[in-house]
Design a protein around this ligand. Sequence first.
Ligand code: 1GP
Length: 235
Amino acid sequence: MHIDINGWKHVFKLDPDRDIDDSALERLCLSGTDAVMVGGTTGVTFDNTVDLLSRIRRFEVPCALEISNPDAIVPGFDLYFIPVVLNAGDPDWIVGHHHRAVKEYGPMMQWEQIVPEGYVIVNGDCSAARVTGARTELDPDDAVAYARMAERLFRFPVVYIEYSGTFGDMELVKRAAASLGGARLFYGGGIDGAERARQAAEAAHTIVVGNVIYENLDRALETVPANPDGTERLA
Ligand code: 1GP
């Protein structure tokens, strides 16, 4: 199945290290979201990733793995997103882990399934920022520069502005998105209902919704643009 991320406006991000019951998972997968992404910063293992993938696979929704731990690369996803943290303080998160993974898996990698992300972490309090030692004091000009670097220097198809856990500066996001030619700007962080989903969707090309899934499922479902009243789409 060919999957074109350029059509994605909304993505749910599920953390293999957090519990979700079958009925909640079903509602998310049938919500009309464009894709489910599996990813997290800590506690992601091969076993909990396989488990979540097999449960999502009962539905037709495209399913991508965002790799944070090279030991938890599970076959069977539609796509593999590889974050390259452009503002990481620790170079392992720019090239180190990637080098190790490609050295081990290079001969068997299906490159057409791989989507490199130029990742920019802006919330200094999130665990991704701590783990990568990210330099998060960024103004909008910095964000624009990272977005241009990601697209023009490194030719990444996706720029991901990560505010995980807090709702970000939509002017910064808007400016970064406007600086891009063809790359897609993903925004994630603090989208906790329809209103913030709408604001983020005005600034970014694709919005990513994580935490609220585990805090308030009904509000999470309201973030799907195809589904603003939170009811499931009929099959
Ligand atoms: C996290 O960008 C995603 O990687 C979503 O952020 O969990 O704050 O929704 P939230």
